[in-house]
Design a protein around this ligand. Structure first.
Ligand code: CTP
Length: 410
């Protein structure tokens, strides 16, 4: 019996890389077929060392492709068509070599040519030795692929064929299937067709070429919100100040440094149905940052003249009707009198909801994983229990989805 899951009827182009885990793709193809997925496979030359094209083709029920040459005898199926005639491209196992070639935009075999020619989403399930995974070159490649919008599934930690322990094992088949289901359910999720803009992280305000004003925001909460909104199907633009957070899957990221750059990036990203301002924007910047590094000298300690930064949340909240997103949500970082200050902030900035949190050092919120928030709006206040930042993000994303699902906000 074929279950009707989000995968039913989908077409996946599976690109099998040359790793010892390649044999596991046989089981994957079988389970995908159980879910009603039509799988076509491309194998790299190296993959032939680990699994035979015959076993792959007997499971997919289709010819297996390896060479660009394989396609020339079928007039109707070029490599462009092969790469686009699918709903998604999945690379499994994605070897260090294959990922490096993807980053470089190479097209020196059919696998990389298809990856370069496609206009469809690409997900990779890496598998390699732990040292190779941790190598700076691979980590650079992962960062670049993430930036390019490639989705990652795993790898898992575990014992590897080579006897070492650590990240590098191909994700288990059920986990790969769950990631694919998540991907496809987002397309029909409650926020499908909605564009939501999210700001996250701190801003850095230059003092001179080597110094800046900043704050302790990690970007964890804002990035988690962007990810949760995307998993409900929203098209998300994440405008992020400098943070170490990975870009959440399925999110378009715009990197900025200063408050003024963040405002400009938000203005470029508009129009949007909703905006969530989770960034800890620096309130002030130095009036004129020095062109050269400021030096100690006989004139004593420099005085830093500060001026106020534009308030992105207030500006967006007060856009004229027609330009203003239907739902504008702000955050209030407070260290005392949380509700009182947040209530005043909601009225002052004119956003629709204000998520107030206690960021006093004792709360451990700044940089930590937990958050206790109160959601204020014109109609009242919702006190949420202490939750992880991911749970706060999921709950907020669901609340946003509920808001848009009520008929008056179409
Ligand atoms: N915010 C913004 N642009 C700014 C300052 C703040 O968009 N220049 C947004 C933040 O993203 C957040 C909200 O405004 O959603 C509140 O930020 P917070 O720092 O808590 O408030 P402030 O406006 O700085 O007020 P105060 O300094 O009085 O606490």
């Amino acid at each position: 019996m074929t279950e009707l899951t989000p995968l039913h009827g989908k077409r996946i182009l599976l690109i099998i890389g040359g790793g010892i885990a390649a044999y596991k793709t046989l089981e994957l193809i079988r389970r995908l077929a159980d879910k009603g997925v039509r799988v076509r496979a491309i194998m790299t030359k190296a993959a032939h060392e680990f699994v035979t094209p015959l076993s792959v083709s007997s499971l997919t029920g289709e010819k297996v492709y390896t060479d660009l040459f394989d396609l020339t005898d079928e007039a109707e199926m070029g490599h462009i068509q092969l790469s686009r005639d699918a709903d998604l491209l999945l690379v499994a196992p994605a070897t260090a070599d294959l990922m490096a070639r993807m980053v470089a935009g190479m097209a020196n075999d059919l696998a990389t040519t298809a990856l370069l020619a496609t206009d469809k989403p690409v997900m990779v399930a890496p598998a390699m030795n732990v040292r190779m995974w941790e190598h700076k070159a691979t980590q650079r490649n992962i960062a670049q692929l993430t930036q390019d919008g490639v989705g990652f599934i795993g790898p898992d930690d575990g014992n590897m064929a080579c006897g070492e322990f650590g990240p590098g094992r191909l994700s288990e088949t059920p986990d790969i299937i769950a990631a694919l289901e998540n991907h496809f359910s987002a397309a029909t999720g409650p926020l499908a067709g909605r564009h939501i803009l999210v700001t996250s992280g701190p801003t850095h305000e230059p003092i001179d070429p080597v110094r800046y004003l900043a704050n302790r925001s990690s970007g964890k909460q804002g990035h988690a919100i962007a990810g949760s909104l995307a998993s409900l199907g929203a098209q998300v633009t994440l405008v992020a100040g400098p943070t170490a957070q990975p870009t959440p899957q399925g999110v378009k990221i715009v990197h900025v440094e200063t408050a003024r750059e963040m405002l400009a990036a938000c203005q470029t990203a508009l129009p949007a149905d909703g905006v969530i301002c989770a960034a800890a924007v620096a309130d002030w910047r130095v009036v004129q940052d020095a062109e050269q590094k400021m030096k100690k000298g006989p004139d004593g300690v420099p005085a830093l003249a500060l001026t106020e930064n534009p308030d992105i949340l207030a500006i967006i909240s007060q856009l004229p009707k027609g330009q203003r997103p239907a739902l504008v949500v702000g955050f209030a970082a407070e260290t005392e009198k949380i509700i009182e200050h947040a209530t005043a902030k909601l009225a002052r900035k004119k956003c629709d909801w204000l998520v107030a949190n206690d960021v006093s050092p004792a709360s451990g919120v700044m940089g930590g994983d937990m958050n206790t928030v109160h959601v204020l709006s014109a109609t009242g206040r919702d006190d949420w229990p202490q939750l992880s930042k991911t749970e706060v993000a999921d709950r907020l994303a669901r609340k946003v989805a509920d808001y848009f699902s009520t008929s008056s906000h179409h």
